[in-house]
Design a protein around this ligand. Structure first.
Ligand code: C2E
Ligand code: MG
Ligand code: MG
Ligand code: MG
Length: 280
């Protein structure tokens, strides 16, 4: 009986694995079609200065509607990385962001755009060259473009990324560490890396009311200040979280409380509505 159960369990896992593999391959196939058809969209979420209420930047976040339903980037980005589609997707995100920045500058709208860069993209030999070319092609001010990379991208092999970061700094582009605090970064490396900003992960923000979490965030903010880095808090959902972060001296905030990610038309309306900080 035990043996039989073992066998059944094995068979079940196997078919489950097979199903999931088929599902993944199917998503990749549909993603490829969507990429070729130009169906992926870049939505934008504001990053607001918590001290002044000014929207200083917008984070571009990919949206893919697959037969009527949105598929989360948390699902399709890893598959895009696995399949190699990320290079094409990533380069179209850079192109879209640069084109949008060009429009903003023509309309005299003063805002930066931050885009997410995955490890594979960042580590490609010609990454900073491509960034330079796309910015030059659109004729944009490089200081308006910000690249968000996760901790693992820079901490995995800090020595080898220093070169890339230095190239990006010399172009004038800004670089932020995304999801800060969730990886295994050694804080001592932070001072060796030419960066501009860190984004405190939502995991800290949603627990900021706990005193221990607040002290960690306080420490991150003071370290960042000493290193001359801007601090952005991700995932602010309640006024008390916002008030807390503001009083700790956090520069920028992003989250559903301020605004959700929106398509470009909606973001234009939002920017024109002169938004205020939704707490105090
Ligand atoms: P991320 O860069 O850390 O982006 C922040 C995520 O938090 C976004 O999820 C955003 O919609 C969500 N968010 C913002 N405010 C709140 C809030 O108050 N509460 C909660 N619960 N969530 C909030 P999204 O858009 O689903 O993206 C997930 C991840 O997918 C991103 O995390 C990023 O790592 C990746 N991603 C999205 N777009 C791109 C892209 O163009 N390229 C690459 N390589 N990755 C991307
Ligand atoms: Mg991000
Ligand atoms: Mg993040
Ligand atoms: Mg994330």
């Amino acid at each position: 009986q035990a043996k039989r159960n073992e066998h059944l369990r094995h068979a079940w896992f196997e078919s489950d694995y097979e199903t999931r593999t088929k599902e993944r391959l199917d998503i990749i196939r549909r993603l490829r079609q969507a990429v070729n058809a130009g169906e992926l969209m870049l939505w934008y979420q504001p990053q607001m200065n918590l001290q002044t209420g000014k929207v200083e930047a917008l984070e571009g976040l990919l949206r893919w509607r697959d037969s009527g339903r949105f598929v989360s980037p948390a699902t399709f980005i890893p598959l895009a990385e696995y399949s190699g589609l990320i290079n094409e997707i990533g380069s179209s995100v850079i192109d879209t962001a640069c084109a949008q920045l060009k429009q903003f500058s023509e309309q005299e709208i003063d805002v930066r755009i931050a885009i997410n860069i995955s490890m594979q993209q960042f580590r490609k030999d010609d990454f900073s060259h491509n960034i330079h070319q796309q910015m030059a092609h659109h004729g944009i001010d490089p200081t308006k473009l910000e690249l968000e990379v996760t901790e693992s991208v820079v901490m995995d092999d800090p020595k080898s990324v220093i070169n890339i970061l230095e190239e990006l700094q010399s172009l004038g582009v800004k670089v932020a560490i995304d999801d800060f605090g969730t990886g295994y970064s050694s804080l001592s490396y932070l001072k060796q890396l030419p960066l501009n900003a860190i984004k405190i992960d939502r995991a800290f923000v949603c627990e900021i009311e706990q005193p221990e979490v607040a002290s960690i965030v306080e420490m991150i903010i003071s370290l960042a200040a000493r290193l001359g880095l801007t601090v952005i808090a991700e995932g602010i959902e309640t006024p008390s979280q916002g008030v807390r972060l503001k009083s700790l001296g956090c520069h920028l905030g992003q989250g559903f409380l301020i605004a959700k990610p929106m398509p470009i038309e909606k973001i234009m309306e939002y920017l024109q509505s002169n938004p205020n900080c939704p707490f105090n």
